[in-house]
Design a protein around this ligand. Structure first.
Ligand SMILES: [Zn+2]
Length: 291
């Protein structure tokens, strides 16, 4: 059963690539847990509402992360670039004794002998593709299994490429899906060319069904929160002009777009407060929330 689930997860992918691999031969994959198994009719979105991490608007959201393997170089790159999501989530208002950022990734040590050493996100570096489960789907994966994979973080990779893939995978982990399948995206695909392209550039070659699932299907407005379609999003991948009927194309994005930065605040709003033992207060001393 586990093998079946893993196989389904591997095939339930949406591709994303780094700038360096403009032939799209190296792809990130978006994974689905067994209780959110992918199907062609499953609605999707810019963020999947049911996959967002639960949080209170008055308190920071802490997500724990641990590495299952990796060199110091690899771990440091992940820490460095994941922090850009953290910074983008910061509240415009600072309160004393309260964390400035809404989203805080807590990197905890990996110790196989410590059963209590649990983490929301588990990272594995490996040869091959990069991928991540979406949002709190991570919680349905057994603790000893990775929820995020990095296939091309190493000293030979460009800084831009590493930044791109870390931001992109952590975007998935926060609940984001691929922007080209945004409910508002209306990309005039040249479908036959797209089928051919992904068959020829992927290893193993993508089937028509995989292309349908990963490229053409769009997410439903009913199950998602979404901003305006944003071709500059870190969650969008490059579209070469020869894959569209009218020459529409999008570049490789290797940074958070302005919309990414505002949207993360929208989906994880933060109105921090001054906290004492029983209440949190606004800046005028008015209690917002008391226990
Ligand atoms: Zn992706």
């Amino acid at each position: 059963m586990k093998i079946l689930i893993f196989t389904l997860a591997l095939f339930a992918i949406i591709s994303c690539t780094d700038k360096k691999s403009e032939d799209q031969s190296r792809l990130c994959t978006e994974l689905y847990s067994d209780d959110l198994q992918w199907s062609p009719i499953q609605p999707k979105g810019a963020v999947v509402k049911k996959s967002l991490w639960p949080h209170s608007v008055h308190f920071p959201l802490r997500i724990t992360v641990k590495f299952l393997n990796g060199t110091e170089f690899q771990k440091n790159k992940v820490r460095e670039y994941a922090k850009l999501w953290t910074q983008a989530s910061a509240s415009g208002v600072e309160y004393k004794f309260h964390e400035k950022n809404k989203i805080n990734f807590r990197f905890i040590p990996y110790d196989v002998t410590t059963s209590g050493n649990v983490a929301d996100i588990r990272i594995l570096f490996r040869e091959g593709g990069s991928s991540s489960y979406i949002g709190i789907d991570c919680k349905s994966i057994p603790q000893d299994k990775p929820t995020m994979f990095f296939g091309w973080i190493n000293e030979n990779e460009s800084e831009e490429s590493i930044k791109q893939v870390v931001l992109h995978e952590f975007g998935h982990a926060l609940g984001f899906i691929h922007e080209h399948q945004h409910p508002g995206a209306n990309i005039p695909w040249n479908k036959e060319k797209v089928y051919e392209y992904y068959k020829n550039t992927q290893s193993p070659p993508w089937s028509k069904e995989m292309v349908d699932n990963n490229i053409f299907y769009r997410y439903s407005v009913n199950t998602t929160n979404y901003s305006n379609y944003d071709p500059k999003s870190i969650m969008h991948y490059s579209i070469p002009s020869f894959l569209t009927l009218d020459g529409y194309s999008t570049p490789w994005n290797s940074d958070l777009s302005p919309v990414d930065k505002s949207f993360i605040k929208q989906i994880y709003p933060y109105h921090p407060c001054f906290v004492n033992e029983t209440c949190c207060y606004d800046k005028n001393g008015k209690p917002i929330l008391c226990h």
